[in-house]
Structures are given as structure tokens and as C-alpha cells.
Design a protein around this ligand. Structure first.
Ligand code: UD1
Ligand code: CA
Length: 449
């Protein structure tokens, strides 16, 4: 059966106190709605409809690069059933299975979605429920054996129904044309005066249809309604991602201090020291060692490389095997071939550096002239003396040495020594003379005072 998704993302999220639509707030470097889309990949959806409302333009712009997403506007938020109905035109002609997800509920697991898909084999509608530690104001699942009879909203529930701890996650799945048919029959005669999506359950039952349910862990249904929820979601994500890496054979001496992005990849036998932060797009290959207080984003670190402490790898940093990047070294959009060493205090941006070259302390690629960025190319086995300024665009050949403190503005041929600094002059005895003069001056001033 082909699959489609409807993701509800119309809510303002007024408790967020934000100009940004709620679903665009980020956890682990990705918007909430992106987490939702990533999890839903497990269903291999043919079509995805995002129902937008507040901040529709911003949501649409954020997802512009994603393939196969259509948007439906819910101009007025009249309830979850009304929200799902807005997707009907976008799914015209689709006769497969439709799953409804929520853009502010980022952690539904791939295996849970697959379990719902499997349950559809014996049920016309499948609802995702969870045992709530504190059922609070969730809708309750009224069940009989494997059948779901109806869902009752907290506001509309009686005492017995409020005692039920099996709660509605909101996520459900049904054959598409059936779903829209059921929705067309939902009214708004309830405590909130809203069109409730869960009302389709009782309508389906009244027609003699089978309604099943699947349970998931409560953690998967964690929804974000406030900044405090957002922080809790971040903490939950980090805890799970760290535990996964430990299981996969990554050493972390203080895992609670390591922050990961939604897409961080770290290979087996890597060591990640305390207080390392990964931004989006970081990959660290097996056996690499990331030392304390490093910040790594959009970078690729190959096996056996050593980074940090206090290093910063920015987007486009590509470190080959065995590269050493030391303290207070920043690398951006630069390819460092095998065994390159930049151990202290350097900026390497828009550069290509050949194998085994050594970049001395204080070296800077002067890549920006205030208008354009320029490239620095260095061959293999070069030795860049401390405090060399490489004024790009500039190319240094293989085996080049630059004198410390040089300002390199012209290309350097292979194996040349490049010196670009004032020649040193020694004046014998002049230091002592200078001291005597200054001392005399200071004493004169004291007497005068
Ligand atoms: C809903 C369920 C409840 C369930 C709970 C789980 C209904 C009537 N109730 O309650 O059974 O236990 O979720 O969290 O569905 N939305 C729209 N347009 C609307 C209304 C809502 O897009 O017109 C979106 C919201 O942005 C939100 C989601 O749908 O992402 C749920 O809506 P919300 O109003 O939070 O429903 P709850 O009262 O929490
Ligand atoms: Ca809610």
C-alpha cells in the first residue's frame, strides 16, 4: 500500500513567546518539523502534505529544499479534524494509506510508525496511544480488547473515563479516502467547540469499521508547547543520541557535556573528550580523537585525526587521515591532506594544503579582502613558519619553507624559501645605552615631582 503523510503545523504556539512558528524552533540543530519528516522516512511516503497556518510563509521557506512536499493552508484553527481536512485537495486521487503526524512532536520512532503500518492489515483506522505517567489533559482511549471504541477529550470525559491512563498521541493512520469521508462527518458540538480529529473513531465504529491501536513509549509523544518543553526535548534528544554513540563504540569520558546534532555521525573507537559541541553536518571517522572544548560543524574528520583541545572546525573543513589540529586553530572550507599539522593558533580558510605540511603557530590565510574570498593553495611537505600571513589568492609549491613572520603576497615555487619580512639589524651595545638613558630620565622626573 502506498503511503502519504499529513503533518499538522498550523499552530501559533503562543506559549513559545516567539515570532517564529513553533515547528521551526530547533532541537539538536534541526527544526521540530524536520525531525518529524526524518522519522516519517520509515514509511517511505509517496506524498507529504504540511498543513500550515501561523507563519505559513516561513514554514514553506524552511522546507523549500525538501522533495515531494505540498502545502495546505489552514487559515483559521478550528480544530485538528478541520486541520486534516485542509489536506484533502492536495491528496486528491491518492488512494493509499494516510498517516497524520504533528510538526511539534518530533520523536515518534520509525519502528512505531512501522508497527502502525502493520496494524493496518487488520484495522481500518489505527491510533497511536501511550501510557501516560501523568495523563493530565490528554484525550483518553476507551478500548475493549484490541479494539478502540472511541476517544474522549479530557474536557468532555466523565470520572471513569478520566481514570483511564492510556492516552491519545494524536497520531493516526487510515486509508485516505476513508479518512476524508469520516472527517466530513465530524461536528463541533463539544466542550471546546472545535472539530476534533479523534471523533472519527466513534464515527468509524458506528459504521461497523475496525479501529485498532498501537502503543508507544511516552517519550516518543513528547510535544513542544513552550520554551521549557523545547529545552526538555533537547535534553531528551541529547540523552538518547549520547547513549546510542556509547553503544556503537564511541568513548566519551563525560557524555553529558557533549552536544550532538540531529545528523552527527561518529565512528567506532573515536574518543570524544568533555565539552565538545557538534553543529549540523559533522562526520568523524573511526579512531579519531576530539579533544576537550572543540566546536565542530559541517566538517569531516578522517580516521586517526586529532582535533583540539579548543579547536574550531567550520563548514567545509575536510581533514584527511592523521591530520592534527591543535588549540585555537580554526579551519573553514579547507582541505587538509594526510598528516597535515596545524597545532597552535591559526586560521585556515578557503585553502588546500598538501600532505604532511606543517602550519606554524600564528599562521593566517588572509582570505577576505572585504568583498571577495580568495584561495590559498599549499603543496605537500611545506613548512609554513610561525606567524606567516598568506595573502590570498596565493599558491605555494611542494617543499616550500616560509620564514617566520613573513607576509606572503606572491606565489612561491617548489622547494623555495620565501622570506617576506624586514631584515634584522643588530646594533652592538645600543641596548645598554638605551637603558642608561631611560633610567636617567626616570630619576630626573622623580626629583622634579
Ligand atoms: C490533541 C488531541 C488529544 C491528544 C493530544 C495529544 C484533539 C481534539 N485532541 O489535544 O486527544 O491527547 O492532542 O497531544 O485532537 N492543530 C492545527 N490546527 C487546529 C488545531 C490544532 O494544526 O485547528 C495542531 C496544533 O498545532 C497541534 C496539534 O494540532 O500541533 C494538536 O492540537 P492541540 O490543540 O494541541 O490539541 P490538544 O488539545 O493538545
Ligand atoms: Ca497539544
Amino acid at each position: 500500500m502506498s503511503e502519504a503523510l499529513i503533518i499538522l503545523a498550523a499552530g501559533r504556539g503562543s506559549r513559545m513567546q516567539s515570532d517564529l512558528p513553533k515547528v521551526l524552533h530547533k532541537v539538536a540543530g534541526a527544526p521540530l518539523i524536520t525531525h518529524c519528516l526524518l522519522a516519517a522516512r520509515a514509511l517511505d511516503p509517496e506524498r507529504t502534505v504540511v498543513v500550515t497556518g501561523h507563519g505559513a510563509d516561513m514554514v514553506q521557506a524552511e522546507l523549500a529544499d525538501e522533495d515531494g512536499i505540498a502545502f495546505a493552508l489552514q487559515a483559521e484553527q478550528l480544530g485538528t479534524a478541520h486541520a486534516v481536512l485542509q489536506a484533502r485537495d492536495a491528496l486528491a486521487g491518492f488512494d493509499g494509506n494516510v498517516t497524520v503526524l504533528y510538526g511539534d512532536t518530533p520523536f515518534i520512532g520509525a519502528d512505531t510508525l512501522q508497527a502502525m503500518q502493520a496494524a493496518r492489515a487488520t484495522a481500518d483506522v489505527v491510533v497511536l496511544g501511550f501510557e501516560a505517567a501523568d495523563p493530565a489533559r490528554y484525550g483518553r482511549l476507551v478500548t475493549q480488547g484490541d479494539d478502540l471504541l472511541r476517544i474522549v477529550e479530557y474536557k468532555d470525559a466523565n470520572e471513569d473515563e478520566r481514570a483511564i491512563t492510556l492516552c491519545n498521541s494524536g497520531v493516526l493512520s487510515a486509508q485516505g479516502t476513508l479518512l476524508f469521508d469520516l472527517l466530513a462527518n465530524v461536528g463541533c458540538d463539544n466542550a471546546a467547540g472545535e472539530y476534533y480529529l479523534p471523533d472519527i473513531i466513534a464515527i468509524a465504529r458506528a459504521r461497523g469499521l475496525r479501529v485498532g491501536f498501537v502503543r508507544c513509549a511516552e517519550a516518543e509523544t513528547l510535544g513542544v508547547n513552550s520554551r521549557a518543553d523545547l529545552a526538555a526535548a533537547e535534553a531528551a534528544f541529547q540523552a538518547r543520541a549520547r547513549a546510542e554513540l556509547l553503544d556503537q563504540g564511541v568513548t566519551m569520558t563525560a557524555p553529558d557535556t557533549v552536544f550532538l546534532s540531529f545528523d552527527t555521525v561518529i565512528g567506532r573507537d573515536c574518543v570524544i573528550e568533555p565539552n565538545v559541541i557538534f553543529g549540523p553536518g559533522a562526520t568523524v571517522e573511526s579512531g579519531a580523537h576530539i579533544r576537550a572544548f572543540s566546536h565542530i560543524e559541517g566538517a569531516h574528520v578522517s580516521d586517526g585525526a586529532v582535533v583540539g583541545p579548543y579547536a574550531r572546525l567550520r563548514p567545509g573543513a575536510e581533514l584527511a587521515a592523521g591530520v592534527h589540529i591543535g588549540n585555537f586553530v580554526e579551519v573553514k572550507n579547507a582541505i587538509l591532506d594526510e598528516g597535515v599539522k596545524a597545532n597552535h593558533l591559526a586560521y585556515i580558510g578557503d585553502a588546500q594544503i598538501g600532505a604532511r605540511s606543517n602550519i606554524g603557530a600564528g599562521t593566517i590565510t588572509c582570505n577576505y579582502d572585504g568583498f571577495l574570498k580568495h584561495k590559498t593553495t599549499i603543496g605537500a611537505d611545506a613548512f609554513i613558519g610561525s606567524n606567516t600571513m598568506l595573502v590570498a589568492p596565493v599558491t605555494l609549491g611542494a617543499g616550500v619553507t616560509t620564514g617566520s613572520g613573513s607576509v606572503i603576497t606572491q606565489d612561491v615555487p617548489d622547494d623555495a624559501l620565501a622570506l617576506g619580512r624586514a631584515r634584522q639589524e643588530n646594533k652592538p651595545g645600543l641596548a645598554r645605552k638605551l637603558r642608561d638613558m631611560l633610567r636617567a630620565k626616570k630619576e630626573q622626573m622623580k626629583k622634579g615631582a
